[in-house]
Design a protein around this ligand. Structure first.
Ligand code: SF4
Ligand code: SF4
Length: 235
């Protein structure tokens, strides 16, 4: 068996802040067509990693710093995915890199609904990197929701990481739902059609800005899980 610890150390040495492994069997709940084996039938494990975003960009009084951070970290994680893929290949581990966000094929124009080929936040959950909040974001114990996630499919059976057992959301917390100016959140999903005009706002000049990220910002666990719900199981 390939040494999972060595693989994760390698991923972190290349620049990831978090890394975990999810066996492909954990993806049983993925929608048809969006399972790792729908992308690559040889997939046995999914290596999921994340990079931390500069946290205070979230609290700037102008949306440009957060837009900048989001844009640059998406690019950086995409480059990291390529670097990890090449390194694993050099180690003799067959793999397929997955884009952290786009491009993707699935698009329903009537409701502005897009779906990536693999859900990074669900992959992150299945690899033990965090838990999903009612704002639909992955929340890591140390870094909260200020992370950008990437993944690589591998043909090898790697030692899985435990799924995180901490809880992010208090039962009575609905701060993210209440703060959404578009009423796009229901506690389980996000209505992309309502959210997209604000989260991907196009300026007259043609820039795409993250004009709204209230559901991320208002969360008490935005920068790490606080209080008694915190456990030390994050990778
Ligand atoms: S980004 Fe803004 S509009 Fe979109 S779900 Fe979050 S709070 Fe609502
Ligand atoms: S604001 Fe509250 S309900 Fe929403 S994700 Fe954060 S902890 Fe969960």
């Amino acid at each position: 068996m390939i040494d999972s610890k060595l693989v994760k150390e390698t991923v972190k040495a290349l620049g990831a802040d978090l890394c975990g492994v999810a066996p492909v069997e954990r993806f049983g709940g993925a929608p048809e067509g969006f399972h790792p084996t729908d992308i690559w039938s040889s997939c046995k494990s999914v290596i999921v990693f994340a990079k931390k975003l500069p946290s205070q960009s979230l609290f700037a009084d102008n949306c440009i710093p957060y837009t900048f951070v989001n844009t640059m970290l998406t690019q950086e994680v995409d480059w990291l995915i390529i670097e990890i893929s090449l390194k694993l290949e050099a180690m003799g581990i067959a793999n397929v890199p997955i884009p952290s966000d786009d491009p993707y094929l699935h698009w329903e124009a009537d409701r502005s609904y897009g779906r990536a080929i693999l859900s990074m936040k669900h992959a992150g959950y299945l690899a033990g990197l965090g838990v999903l909040g009612k704002n639909t974001l992955l929340i890591n114990g140390d870094y909260g929701n200020m992370i950008q996630i990437g993944a690589v499919l591998v043909a090898a059976e790697l030692e899985p990481d435990p799924i995180a057992t901490y809880e992010a959301c208090m039962a009575d917390c609905i701060l993210c739902l209440d703060s959404c100016p578009a009423q796009a959140l229901d506690g389980v999903t996000v209505n992309q059609q309502l959210c997209r005009p604000l989260s991907n706002y196009k300026t007259e000049k043609g820039y795409i800005l993250k004009k709204c990220y209230e559901c991320r910002k208002v969360c008490p666990n935005a920068l790490g899980i606080v209080g008694e719900r915190r456990r030390s199981t994050q990778t």
